[in-house]
Design a protein around this ligand. Structure first.
Ligand code: AMP
Length: 424
């Protein structure tokens, strides 16, 4: 296995060897500089190498794999075959699948290539029709693709490129058997791209079975993503969390907030309460129909709702620009989820703030998060619901005086802040 030179210094897309229609599309998007994963992966992918990419959403990985794929297809045009795409991108969630579909459309807008996105939870009819017309690129979630393959609407025998996106999440979500079944249908001769934000041993094992002499690109390790986002923790008892959230939301500086709960029930319940308090809120979680989820995302990204309450799985891949705040109403079970959550703000270079509500039981999670991100998170103890923690000497002092109900700013770095903050 080769590891790319991490000091690679490519400051423009033309140097990466991309063709003009793609460069034009990137100019349309006002992308000026390749992100590290793009700079490191694109030249090798154009040269047909396999790739093991350790990267999470937010790093520009979608363009890193989409651009070379489009270039390959455009350089060797072939008539589309009924049910048999040339490229398969397998991804764990519907939102990610849609997002990848949108990226393909955006970057491929000056090329004559076709793509289609299939996932479960929506009718199969249009997907079957699209497959029978044929497409160059198929983006799919595993379960629905297997259904379509079993019913002989989708075939993988003409596949030239296989992308496995978010492999660790596929494992977490229990898709591994489906993924392996799909892999067993792939032609031996193909280009394979494997992406995973983290590399648990099962993901690493899977990668070795499907990759051939891959280049390895690692960007944005967990700790560096977290560094970009200003983070605060607010100690608060469970019973006061809703009141604290409403208090925070009096601040107009929080203009687009993604609020995380651990359960679907809590997500619904909190969204209802916020709406009753005149804060326009949508909720997104696995029990919602695809239409409801799309509508919630549209409302949020168009600014019709100010708050989107989400569970971890549903939030995967949410790529809404301008999320000013991520609020962990409940701490996540896994430190990795914390990093994914806060990565929804401060995307592509903009600033953002992550605020975590932490009750007594959640403090051990906080500690493991801090170990994972290799940093301690600032405690804001000036809010009106501060619960003093059983602190070491000289710590966890009483209520601060910085809080001024509802008029201040709670702005990310560079702006004024309403709450005081101090480092533990
Ligand atoms: P991804 O990691 O693929 O989900 O991309 C994260 C976000 O960054 C998306 O909104 C992309 O549109 C954006 N993006 C990707 N590459 C670049 C780039 N080179 N310059 C600016 N924005 C980018």
């Amino acid at each position: 296995m080769t590891t790319t030179n991490l000091t690679v210094n490519t400051s423009n897309f033309a140097d990466l060897g991309l063709i003009d229609p793609l460069l034009r599309a990137l100019r349309d998007e006002k992308y000026e500089t390749p992100t590290p994963i793009q700079a490191q992966a694109i030249p090798h992918l154009i040269a047909n190498r396999d790739l093991l990419g350790c990267a999470q959403t937010g790093t520009g990985k979608t363009a890193a794999f989409t651009l070379p794929i489009l270039q390959r297809l455009a350089g060797d045009p072939k008539p589309v075959k009924r049910g048999a795409p040339r490229v398969l991108v397998l991804t764990p969630t519907r939102e990610l699948a849609d997002q990848i579909g949108r990226s393909i459309r955006t970057y491929g807008r000056h090329l004559r290539l076709s793509h289609y996105v299939v996932y479960g939870g929506v009718g199969m009819g249009p997907q079957i029709q699209a497959l029978s017309r044929g497409m160059d690129i198929l983006v799919a979630t595993p379960g629905r693709l297997l259904d379509l393959m079993r019913q002989k609407f989708a075939f993988l025998d003409k596949l030239e490129v296989f992308v496995l996106d978010e492999a660790d999440r596929m494992l977490d979500m229990g898709f591994i058997t489906d993924v392996k079944k799909i892999i067993s249908h792939l032609p031996k001769s193909r280009q394979t791209l494997f992406f995973s934000a983290t590399m648990p041993s099962e993901a690493a094992r899977l990668s070795t079975t499907i990759l051939t002499d891959p280049i390895r690109v690692t960007v944005n390790p967990v700790s560096s993503t977290a560094e970009k986002v200003e983070q605060k923790v607010l100690f608060v008892e469970t019973k006061d969390k809703e009141a604290l959230l409403l208090e925070l939301l009096k601040d107009a500086g929080i203009n687009r907030a993604l609020v995380f709960t651990r359960t679907k029930h809590k997500a619904n319940n909190l969204a209802e309460k916020l709406n009753r308090s005149m804060v326009r809120t949508d909720a997104i979680h696995g029990n919602k129909s695809q239409n409801a989820r799309n509508q919630a995302l549209r409302n949020f990204s168009m600014g019709k709702s100010r708050v989107l309450v989400a569970t971890d799985v549903a939030s995967r891949g949410i790529d809404v620009k301008g999320i000013s705040h991520v609020i962990n109403f409940e701490m996540p079970n896994e430190p990795e989820s914390y990093v994914h959550r806060i990565g929804r703000t401060a995307r592509a270079g903009s600033s953002g703030m992550a605020i975590s509500f932490c009750n007594a039981e959640e403090r051990s999670i906080l500690r493991s998060i801090e170990r994972t991100i290799k940093a301690s998170i600032s405690v804001d103890d000036t809010h009106p619901y501060h619960s003093a923690r059983p602190a070491p000497k000289g710590d966890g002092g009483g209520r601060g005086f910085g809080f001024r109900g509802g008029r201040g700013n709670f702005a990310p770095r560079g702006g004024r802040e309403r709450f005081g903050s101090r480092h533990r």
